[in-house]
Design a protein around this ligand. Sequence first.
Ligand SMILES: [Fe+2]
Length: 274
Amino acid sequence: MTQYYTWHHLLCTNLFLPCTVPDFAKIKAWPSCEINGMILVWYHCDGIDPVWAVPEQEEITSKEWVYRGHTEHFVNAHIQEIPENAADFAHLTFLHEPVFMSGVDLRYTHSKLWESVKHCWKGEWQPEPEPNKHCSQLVVKHSLTVFGKHFSLMDFAVRARQVGPGLVYLTFEHAFLGRGIILQSVTPVEPLLQHVVHRIYYQRSMPAVIPKFILKVECIQFERDIMIWNNKQYLSKPLLVKEDSAILRHRRWFAQFYSENSTRFTFQKGGLDW
Ligand SMILES: [Fe+2]
């Protein structure tokens, strides 16, 4: 697996040694970079140096967009499951159509109380060509309907750019609410346990309540996915219809992040045919 990890999960050892350093007192140097308010460490199971760089979001560096908060989640799933969500369009309607007020528990999100307000998502997922073949993009158009009528004030575009297996740049653009970004980082902390952090940066000129609200809504939608990830089973050959073809394309795209020596989990195999 090749991956940039966010720094806060790693043990940082600062050695200030006054004189002769014995041979055994050495630590491995990890390729790292500081960018977009994060310190990232490169990991490759074969010890190969970074083969791509993390793109800079200029508005963060120039402080045109400022930090407005973050969320943290733990997900019981393989790292591949989280980005695969972007290619699974069918789930958008079932999971993310109910308005955010109906909460995160999928047993109750399709309640009568909120059925008059619905999110509508239209998305397309594509891998990027060389030299950015480690990136892919999901472009989503969001709209809101109230009693079946289009409420155009809530129209906005979201672009989710996946950079490698564990980073997503989620950029928003809205006619009145301005522009900003949510940076998602996914860090494996145990086999099948992921630490997911979302950090939001937003136009300095906009009141902080706007990005805080956006982060809250995003967090509600993300927690609906977590309920699935925590309970789903990975099938290497799932039964897919034509409309699901992006899932197989995504799996082919994600395969580039494995090498022969990547850890393989065999204990997750099994079926529901018991
Ligand atoms: Fe989702």
